[in-house]
Design a protein around this ligand. Structure first.
Ligand code: PGA
Length: 251
């Protein structure tokens, strides 16, 4: 059975003080997620990781938003896997569209990060998705296939137990224009078919695929009714404890 997942991506939001306030009110939400068998968690900024990790039970996922693929070195501003592990972090986003857009991250760079993470037994949430222009040109599947194939180049099948894929159409992120459940399902199924081609059906069936992009408490459930969508990566609606809880209530 694939894991059901609801992961918040806090982006550049929350200070240590407000992150601490957020986790102080989480008890009921965590219990509810446990009862509903949903893996939940958040990806705070680096500065808040330690605070959130120390104040939440181990079942609550705390992930980084990015990582360098090397262990150490002259890379000003970067954080490495051993640094994350030291504070108990074992999940990390890779290739979020905002990093692809503003930091120029390529599929090739994502591939290096994915290798580094899965080889270090860290769960990698690999984000893929087309821009509005690509959507309008009708090349969504070409773009997403390329991202999946190049991102997973030479990653061994037995390492894929550490992989989660998040399909996030760029035109739906932070815009309030969420993709319909049919569009999201079509692309998530296409990703699963691509994984089947690259590996085999057993592997493809075992990987959780999330939808992300303007997911809110009032629309999360429609995605969860679709066969190939196993959860959600949520930005804006994950920032406040009330809506975070409602996402789990309505999952
Ligand atoms: P959003 O962000 O829910 O605010 O659209 C999603 C994401 O970027 O992961």
């Amino acid at each position: 059975m694939r894991k059901k997942i609801m992961l918040g991506n806090w982006k550049m939001n929350h200070t240590i003080t407000t992150a601490r306030e957020f986790v102080e009110t989480l008890d009921d939400t965590i219990k509810l997620a446990d009862r509903k068998n949903i893996v939940i968690g958040v990806c705070p900024t680096y500065l808040c990781l330690n605070t959130v990790r120390r104040r939440t039970p181990f079942s609550f996922v705390v992930g980084a938003q990015d990582v360098h693929y090397l262990e150490s070195g002259a890379f000003t501003g970067s954080i490495s896997i051993p640094m994350l592990k030291e504070v108990g972090i074992d999940w990390c986003l890779v290739g979020h569209s905002e990093r692809r857009m503003y930091q120029g991250e390529t599929n090739e760079l994502c591939n290096k990060k994915i290798h580094a993470l899965v080889n270090n037994e860290m769960t990698c949430v690999y984000c893929v998705g087309e821009t509005l222009e690509q959507y309008e040109q009708g090349i969504t599947k070409d773009v997403v296939k390329n991202q999946v194939v190049e991102g997973l180049k030479d990653v061994q099948a037995e390492r894929l137990k550490y992989l989660v894929i998040a399909y996030e159409p760029v035109w739906s992120i932070g815009t309030g224009k969420n993709a319909s459940k049919e569009i999201a399902e079509d692309v998530c199924k296409f990703i699963r078919d691509t994984l089947c081609e690259l590996y085999n059906s057993e592997v493809a069936e075992s990987i959780s695929i999330l939808y992300g992009g303007s997911v809110k408490p009032n629309n999360i459930h429609e995605y969860m009714t679709m066969a190939d969508i196993d959860g959600a990566l949520v930005g804006g609606a994950s920032l406040k404890t009330d809506s975070f809880k409602e996402l789990i209530e309505n999952f």
